[in-house]
Design a protein. Structure first.
Length: 425
């Protein structure tokens, strides 16, 4: 959410953000509702002042004057009551529109319509070469007896997954490694629920607009979040923090659920796009400074890159264009990890800086050095998401006999094993 005063004074910049981010919103309609609301409030305030002044005259009035003054007071009160529904309707309508107003993208963000116009910034790591015919992750799992997609589909439907044996231990090792790694870099470990109220989704910016991606609990107001960002962003909602409490940095692990509405036919094979997964999310709440926020952006981006480097996985960093960065983002980079079977890089991490856009929605404020109450800035980035990360991990580290080489960083979490699985070729 943007400050309404900012929208009034920078309508051109906000209209440009609406255009380049592809948001279906008329800023002129927002400003019209704003003007009407201001006029309505002024009218109500004038009538309240008139009613108060009239009430002060009643005790001093003569017996002949008093009935007319009392009647006038009743008429003013009735008229004010009649304006209350219009006031509430204008406030609600304006609030709903304001929730859709996008953030202003950073000047460095390329203008584009979708992910096809994202800009590659750099590539890191060395692509693997194989002196044998490499398998994709589904075949690797199948040959080792590490998955059972048919049985789990009967239980849970399509886009479900089930891992067995060493694949389970590998998934847990990756998650634990990520938590240890981020804790070692000063991030507070946090284990959180995926359950959240609708207000939390509004606060994070997933609502309005992303309702079709969320599983709802029938008969309850709770929903299942697709990232720990949703509940963590609302932990301090409505509170006034102190400057010395900032920054708050979390490595939050949780289950995650996404309906994947609109993705029919995409990535149906294997572990790429499943409904339920586990994720370690980096979340930062910092002071209201773009300079500070951009430093934290580089920090959490660097954390994700260091994790992939430790896992010995080649990757590339891309800058998301305006049409692929989401309404609330000031700046967004994706990290895509190499998947040999497809001969391409797949998104595994998403790094976002949102300025005070989320904090305004959740009422996250603190007093700065001058004692002024200001909204904090927020950032988030993936630490590790499993099982998706297993796709490049298995494929890049497969060996000629079908076993999987374990990166050195993960061996302490797997009993010191340097390989997983049995020879199957």
């Amino acid at each position: 959410m943007l400050d309404l005063k900012f929208i009034r004074e920078n309508a051109g910049a906000v209209k440009h953000a609406v255009q380049v981010k592809g948001v279906a919103l008329d800023i002129d309609e927002v400003l019209r509702l704003d003007r009407e609301l201001v006029e309505l409030k002024q009218r109500i305030e004038a009538m309240q002042a008139e009613r108060n002044a009239n009430a002060k005259l009643v005790p001093k009035a003569t017996s002949d004057e008093r009935p007319a003054l009392i009647q006038k007071g009743k008429e003013l009160a009735e008229e004010l009551r009649g304006l209350e529904p219009a006031l509430r309707a204008h406030e609600d309508n304006l609030k709903q529109l304001l929730l859709r107003v996008p953030n202003i993208p950073h000047p460095s963000v390329p203008v584009g319509k979708d992910d096809s116009e994202n800009v590659e910034l750099r590539r890191e790591g060395t692509l693997p070469t194989f002196d044998f015919a490499p398998l994709d992750h589904v075949d690797l799992l199948t040959r080792q007896g590490w998955s059972d997609p048919e049985r789990v589909a009967r239980v849970s439907g399509s886009r479900s997954y089930l891992l067995k044996g060493d694949a389970v231990m590998l998934e847990m090792a990756v998650l634990m490694f990520a938590m240890d790694f981020l804790a070692g870099r000063g991030f507070t470990p946090l284990s959180t629920t995926a359950l959240a109220r609708p207000d939390a989704f509004v606060g994070s910016g997933h609502f309005p607009g992303g309702e079709d991606q969320v599983y709802k609990i029938e008969g309850d107001e709770l929903m299942l979040a697709g990232t720990a960002e949703v509940p963590v962003n609302s932990l301090y909602a409505g509170e006034q923090l102190t400057l010395d409490q900032l920054p708050m940095t979390y490595a939050a692990i949780s289950a995650a659920f996404r309906s994947e509405a609109g993705s029919a036919g995409r990535d149906v094979r294997g572990l790429i796009r499943v409904h339920e997964f586990r994720k370690v999310e980096q979340y930062v709440l910092c002071e209201a400074s773009e300079e500070v926020g951009l430093r934290w952006f580089q920090t959490i981006l660097g954390n994700a890159e260091a994790l992939l480097t430790a896992l010995e996985l080649p990757y590339r960093v891309v800058q998301n264009c305006t049409g692929d960065m989401g309404a609330g983002k000031v700046l967004m980079y994706d990290i895509e990890t190499w998947v040999p079977s497809e001969g391409l890089y797949r998104e595994t991490h998403s790094c976002s800086y949102l300025g005070d856009w989320q904090a305004r929605r959740t009422g996250l404020r603190y007093r700065d050095e001058a004692g002024k109450l200001v909204y904090a800035h927020t950032l988030n980035n993936t630490g590790i998401a499993a099982p998706r990360i297993l796709v490049p991990l298995l494929e890049n580290h497969q060996q000629a006999d079908g076993t999987i080489r374990v990166p050195a960083a993960l061996r302490p979490y797997l009993g010191g094993k340097a390989t997983l699985g049995q020879p199957v070729r």
